[in-house]
Design a protein around this ligand. Sequence first.
Ligand SMILES: NC(=O)c1ccc[n+]([C@@H]2O[C@H](COP(=O)([O-])OP(=O)(O)OC[C@H]3O[C@@H](n4cnc5c(N)ncnc54)[C@H](O)[C@@H]3O)[C@@H](O)[C@H]2O)c1
Length: 245
Amino acid sequence: MSNKVAIITGGARGIGLGIAVCLARKDMRIVIADRDGAAARTAAEQFGGLGVACDVTDRAQVADLVQQTITRFGRIDVLVNNAGICPFVDVMEMDPSTFKKTLDVNLTGAFHCTQLVAREMLARSIQGRIVFITSLAVNVTSARQGDYAASKAGLHMLMKSFAIALGPHGITCNAVAPGMILTDLTRFHWEKPENAAFIKQRVPAGRIGTPEDIGQAVALLVSDEAGYINGVGLIVDGGHQAVCA
Ligand SMILES: NC(=O)c1ccc[n+]([C@@H]2O[C@H](COP(=O)([O-])OP(=O)(O)OC[C@H]3O[C@@H](n4cnc5c(N)ncnc54)[C@H](O)[C@@H]3O)[C@@H](O)[C@H]2O)c1
């Protein structure tokens, strides 16, 4: 078994859980951090890992996550900033508190996690890997994704700043931008027959993505072989964004 330890935020379900499955297959020891502590513990059990209740917007809870991981496993090699929300409210109707919450979770949460985990990696001279789960909304958006797109575009640039700061220490930071993936976040939309038909016709892969499609991309970026890949975003969308009409 590899002695590498990976923390996945928002890993209790959906894409985060798919990432955990793929990293566990690479023999990594898994820490699931999720604001839903019971679901985090249940998810972690299947990997013999650690499940921690952690709201990424609360810096003290993130510090506790780091501490619990070190106490249990003694090191952190991989962080995947996956926790995210998307309220889908028209930007003209949106309450300022909704806007702020989305930025707090999707952007500031990743800042807390990356800074505190990277300090731990630096203290132990670990050549770590940090992955940020962004979105196609880094480049394109809709009237109902003003908060979400702003948070994800910000996250992409935050990733680059950390890549520059940490690259000299052998720690890489990259982003994975998923296309349309079937999870609890999107199920209400993609299970409508007209939307399912849209995917078949519009996405060159001819199907919606799965959490493990994203997990495989993350596994690639956190591998030993990926040491010279730093500060980039990898779109994983079955070819969707290549289509112009
Ligand atoms: N599903 C898609 O099509 C899609 C596409 C592009 C990007 N993404 C991104 O992928 C990531 C995961 O999305 P998903 O579809 O799996 O969502 P999901 O809603 O199925 O799961 C998200 C998980 O994050 C947790 N979470 C939410 N807020 C949190 C917080 N403050 N602290 C800790 N945990 C928190 C939730 O409890 C949940 O377990 C998100 O960042 C999302 O923006 C998803």
